[in-house]
Design a protein around this ligand. Sequence first.
Ligand SMILES: [Zn+2]
Ligand SMILES: [Zn+2]
Length: 269
Amino acid sequence: MYTDSHAHLDGKRFDADRGEVLARAHAAGVTTLLAIGNGDGPGTGTFDCAIKLAEQYEWIYATVGIHPHEAALAQPPDFDELEALAKSPKVIAWGEIGLDYYYDHSPRDAQQHVFVQQMEMARAARLPIIIHCRPSDNSENAWDDLLRLLREHWASTGLGGVLHCFTGTVAHARAALELGFVISFAGNVTYPKAQNIRDAASMVPLDRIFIETDCPYLAPLPYRGKRNEPAYVIETARQIAQMRELSWEEIGQRTTDNFFKFFRLARFD
Ligand SMILES: [Zn+2]
Ligand SMILES: [Zn+2]
């Protein structure tokens, strides 16, 4: 069994065959999935996209949140909407939130402000956070700011969180583990040039790892360049299994156990 801890299933790229994609995932052994509820961003009325899916499928859970790309668009009513949606019984985390200094789609001060504001809301809602962090090329700028803001605004909650699609260094992984975070690896762990990600995936304790697709983005080898989908999470399990000299099934089982334990979910399988 496998858990895809991070999937964007709401976009147009799945409109034609979303049901088939989910049936394929289930048939491949994906028994649990966390649907990310950023939707199309503030003001579009789509923050409930993951909740809608989670209400339809027992094995799907949901998040809500404003992505750093869209931070500059956030207005007070968006936060009210998120606060209400976060009460849905299928919402188990707040995210993805964080900092993206690679694209800089929103000014960095707006990204930081909206990130801090959402940490405060997640604290009030007692939800862990799902973090997106991407620095500029050849820089650790977003990591420096992220770790500082987590220490100032989040560590004291004890709620922890998930560093999704981890692309940092072993030192970043260690700092996040110390803050009570789980590290989630995506399909880019299979890419030939991603040795830094593989180094981190070899180091993180087995009970602190999740696997994810981040679909429709970042399809793993051998599907690279195509639309990614939850069934392909097995390729990430395969890569990590090979490095750690375990079977794919064991990585699937362990990361699924980690997911249920971290989110304190009851098992129904
Ligand atoms: Zn992300
Ligand atoms: Zn994502």
